[in-house]
Design a protein around this ligand. Structure first.
Ligand SMILES: [Zn+2]
Ligand SMILES: [Zn+2]
Length: 305
């Protein structure tokens, strides 16, 4: 029971010391999910994966009832570039990454949809869907996530409609979900501070909340609608703490993995995990009190009858 209710939260970890090391590091900071780059974030080649190391991580994930992990593709991948060689590289890297993800089946692979570089968001979405059709396999055990973007420059994914368009165009939409980044949507003009219900309602109408698989929980260095995308520590940016309380306790987001991508080292992440877990636990306590009061009142009424 407690496991089902608890908030699944973790942060971005470095993958340089391998799979098992990430699992142990996550445990050491009270995390039960985490994110990592599948290769150097600026692109480049991957290191060969060690199956024994992956098995060790799988054991940790199972023994400690982790929520799905949310791996992150390099930022430089661009499935909708004007340059064919850039698209080629993105395809090759994603194929390799997804093969590697099969060593830890049942997790997510999140990526930035891309920048259309003046071709327009429709053409961008079409190219991204075309690329996904080349890398997604019916038998794969990883769901690929499109990240909601701030809409900086010619980024595709600043509007929910663009993500819905990509999902609608791929041959295997069941292998494609969405990851919502609180900093990005806030910067992109979705008002999660004053109207979180409204934003999630719009997500549901345009994409469908059943396709929301993970949340990147970040504060923003910039004001609402700035289309900037610069993350800040929780409670230190332009998104108030109260909004984060609502996000981690929102019924529509319950059970999803929450990933911190804030500018922190491990102790800072541990503190943020503790803070957000505390907010969620407090809400659970309140709910329990309400339930107890309700049953007590019911009992009283019963006796009066
Ligand atoms: Zn990202
Ligand atoms: Zn993010």
């Amino acid at each position: 029971m407690e496991h089902q209710c608890r908030l699944h939260i973790g942060c971005h970890l470095t993958s340089s010391k391998g799979f098992r090391h990430m699992g142990e590091e996550a445990l050491s900071i009270g995390a039960d999910t985490f994110a990592f780059f599948t290769r150097n974030p600026r692109g480049g080649n991957r290191k060969e994966a060690d199956p024994d190391d992956a098995a060790a991580l799988r054991r940790i994930l199972r023994e400690h009832a982790f929520a799905p992990l949310v791996a992150h593709a390099p930022y430089t991948l661009n499935l909708c570039s004007i340059k064919p060689e850039v698209r080629e590289f993105a395809l090759r890297a994603m194929k390799e990454d997804l093969e590697r993800m099969e060593l830890i089946p049942g997790n997510y692979y999140n990526f930035h949809p891309g920048s259309h570089m003046g071709q327009g968001p429709e053409k961008g979405a079409a190219l991204i869907a075309e690329g996904l059709d080349q890398v997604l396999q019916p038998g794969q055990h990883t769901i690929v996530l499109l990240e909601t973007m701030a809409g900086k420059g010619s980024e595709v994914g600043g509007r929910f409609e663009e993500l819905a368009e990509i999902r609608a165009a791929v041959r295997l939409p069941e292998k494609v979900g969405v990851c919502l980044d609180t900093c990005h949507v806030h910067d992109g003009g979705y008002d999660i501070v004053r109207d979180l219900d409204g934003v999630l309602g719009e997500f549901d109408r345009v994409i469908g909340l059943e396709h929301l698989k993970a949340v990147h929980i970040n504060d923003s260095k910039n004001p609402f609608g700035s289309r900037k995308d610069r993350h800040e520590k929780i409670g230190e940016g332009s998104i108030p703490l109260e909004t984060f309380r609502r996000v981690v306790t929102h019924p529509a987001l319950r059970g999803l993995p929450f990933i911190l991508e804030t500018p922190n080292e491990l102790p800072g992440y541990a503190a943020e995990i503790c803070l957000l877990r505390g907010m969620e636990a407090e809400m659970q306590e309140k709910m329990k009190d309400l339930e107890n009061n309700f049953t007590r009142d019911q009992d009283k009424n019963h006796k009066k009858e």
